[in-house]
Design a protein around this ligand. Structure first.
Ligand code: ZN
Length: 315
């Protein structure tokens, strides 16, 4: 799906990024109901899981089952994440439409996160890209550049460091390169600057924005990215998945608030906010006691609210 400038693709990453940092495993039937409800609300891309060894991350053990189910939902782009060739192979076999390979911009984060040097990470990415070209050419392969705006281990990250990794990811064969603010370091001017540099460097391979709301700057960063023409945004329902080292900090930007912002500004998402709130209810029930974030679900839609595409039928 390549949105026109007035259409934005909101990619729901809650089932992967959100749940990944929640210790309690959400039962598979609840995940299936949640995914169905998100789809019914009009969400057109969902990252349903991560292909990692179940012993390492029991929460993601049902990734294959979720991909297979999600593929049965009409019009849904089914995305997943895989940290290595083995995971990528499993994801391709399961039938993903889009696969994201995380690439840490700093070597410190790479070693801590996937226990690999940059050299090893790019060799693996090249092998995944080769497998994709040979056997799964229809899959969109994304390199998701983590800690692109700042790193919990290294601290500040320069634009040059990030851009070097952009070039290497393109050389290794990624179809799309996205920028992730993994732990809430980004500020809007930096976002504008880096996405412009990304677009100048790789043109049509420039991917979307993945922001966390750790320090409350998430939607400000979205505005900055919109200014320079970014058309894909990751978000998680209820902003779940806050950093375990920062109590009270929310995780990804909140899907409900993001969709509200976009629609209010005139960017069509195709997503119905009431439908999202219904999906949120499933999450709330399944993860009772887990904090959910977002303002729009509590406040509700303002009187006379109009969606960007006024012709769209909303319940
Ligand atoms: Zn993330």
């Amino acid at each position: 799906m390549s949105p026109s400038p007035d259409t934005i693709l909101v990619s729901e990453v809650g089932p992967r990024d959100g749940l990944q940092s929640i210790a309690r495993t959400m039962p598979t039937p609840d995940k299936l109901r949640w995914i169905d409800a998100l789809h019914a609300a009009g969400v057109r891309e969902i990252e349903v899981g991560s292909f990692v060894p179940p012993a390492l991350l029991p929460q993601m053990a049902d990734a294959r089952e979720l991909v297979v189910h999600a593929r049965s939902l009409p019009g849904l782009q089914v995305a997943a994440l895989a940290p290595n060739l083995r995971g990528a192979q499993a994801a391709f076999e399961a039938g993903v439409h889009k696969l994201t390979i995380p690439v840490s911009v700093t070597e410190a984060h790479s070693l801590a996160n996937v226990r690999k040097t940059h050299e090893q990470v790019f060799a693996e990415l090249a092998a995944i890209a080769a497998l994709k070209r040979d056997r799964y050419p229809h899959v969109e392969l994304e390199a998701g550049l983590s800690v692109a705006f700042g790193c919990t281990l290294q601290g500040a990250v320069s634009d040059d460091e990030t851009m070097r990794m952009v070039d290497r990811a393109a050389e290794a064969g990624a179809d799309v390169i996205g920028l992730s603010d993994t732990s809430g370091y980004a500020e809007p001017r930096q976002v504008r600057r880096l996405f412009r540099k990304l677009q100048d460097a790789v043109g049509a391979k420039a991917g979307g924005a993945h922001f966390h709301n750790t320090r409350g700057q998430g939607l400000a960063n979205v505005l900055a990215a919109l200014d320079v023409g970014v058309t894909t945004f990751d978000a998680s329902q209820g902003g779940i998945g806050g950093c375990p080292y920062a109590p009270g900090a929310s995780g990804n930007i909140v899907t409900e608030d993001l969709v509200y912002l976009l629609e209010a500004m005139g960017f069509a998402t195709g997503i119905d906010i009431e439908g999202l709130i219904a999906a949120r209810g499933i999450l709330q029930q399944a993860l009772e006691g887990e904090p959910l974030y977002g303002m729009v679900p509590d406040a509700g839609l303002p009187k006379g609210f109009r969606y960007a595409d006024a012709k769209a039928v909303h319940a």
